[in-house]
Ligand binder design. Structure first.
Ligand code: MTE
Length: 319
């Protein structure tokens, strides 16, 4: 396996159809009190099958930062998505024709509901929220991104994991025809990530389907990707096709590639350096080359919401 070194490292029982249709009928007929009963919009998340199409029924989230968001250009042209190449502009250049429909998400493992779901059906039970999050990449740069997504905690609740489920594992599409980077061996494909159940049911993580109110660009992980703002960016697995509830800790791509450099937790921590560089400060993309670096915050500033998850862990060893 090729591990890039120093500075160049960028880094049914489906919801039975019957139940599903019943639920849809209920939602349709029940536009009545639907909103109130279901705790949100009666429509559910409808994602246009159009590049950068406008997303409807998006509510604002109290979890958003008031920091200035990066420009759409910064967010969509400076990316890590190794399936489309190792350079920062490669995903923007190479993912233009990536097909995000039809798209199937397979949910498996220790849960009451499992099965293969068409993306549009997968989305319907959930409500869309805009969450403006600070994002910190392990390469010591950061951005502020106005995501649109659904709460991962709500998704977990919907599939109803059993008591055996201790982790949630995710996988990216593995399609050599569409993803030129898969022919290289920068990582062991498919890209894999995971969270503990406690992390996945925390209110912060979302599955993002949009940016700036529109359908998420392919290079940012269309049609659906994970966002965990208190963790380094590599946890934010893109273009998800598999979600599995597991009893043991799943393997994750960067941990498999270099376990001493990329831990399972990957919590943003200015006090624990990467073995080859400090994590104490960060460069805000778009701030200009003369801008000072800014201090990195513990848990990327989200400690109030997540620090309790790690109170019994030595974060120096469990990085
Ligand atoms: N997901 C997949 N499938 N492949 C990748 O190479 N890169 C990760 C993460 N998710 C990556 C991925 C890394 S290192 C980062 S920093 C973020 O995606 C970047 O997300 P962005 O390009 O939307 O800013």
């Amino acid at each position: 396996m090729l591990i890039k070194k120093p500075a160049d490292l960028k880094p049914s029982e489906i919801t039975s159809e019957k139940n599903y249709l019943n639920r849809r009928d209920f939602i349709r007929g029940g536009a009545i009190a639907g909103g109130a009963l279901l705790g949100g919009s009666a429509v559910g998340a409808v994602i246009p099958d159009a590049r950068l199409g406008k997303l409807a029924n998006v509510t604002k989230s109290p979890y958003s930062t008031s920091e200035k968001a990066n420009s759409f250009e910064d967010i969509s042209t400076y990316n890590n998505f190794y399936e489309f190449g190792l350079g920062k502009e490669d995903p923007f250049q190479n993912a233009e024709n990536f097909k995000t429909r039809p798209w199937t998400i397979e949910v498996s493992g220790h849960a009451e509901k499992t099965g293969s779901f068409d993306f549009d059906d997968f989305m319907k039970p959930f409500d869309l929220e805009e969450r403006i999050y600070r994002m910190r990449c392990v390469e010591a740069w950061s951005m502020v991104i106005p995501w649109v997504g659904i709460s991962l905690a709500e998704v977990v609740k919907h599939f109803n994991p059993t008591s055996k489920a201790k982790y949630v594992a995710f996988e990216t599409l593995n399609d050599r025809e569409q993803m030129p980077g898969l022919n290289g061996r920068s990582l062991d494909w498919p890209y894999r990530e995971g969270l503990s159940i406690a992390e996945a049911t925390n209110p912060l993580p979302i599955l993002a389907v949009g940016i700036y109110g529109n359908v998420i660009p392919n290079q940012n992980g269309a049609p659906i990707r994970l966002v965990t703002p208190w963790k380094y960016g590599f946890k934010g697995i893109k273009s998800i096709v598999k979600i599995k509830f597991t009893s043991t800790r799943p393997q994750t791509s960067w941990n498999m590639a270099a376990a001493n450099e990329y831990g399972f937790y990957a919590n943003v921590n200015p006090e624990v350096s990467h073995p080859r560089w400090s994590q104490a400060r960060e460069r805000r993309i778009g701030a200009g080359i003369f801008a000072d670096k800014q201090e990195t915050l513990m848990f990327n500033g989200y400690g109030e919401d997540v620090a309790h998850l790690y109170k019994d862990l030595d974060l120096r060893r469990n990085f």
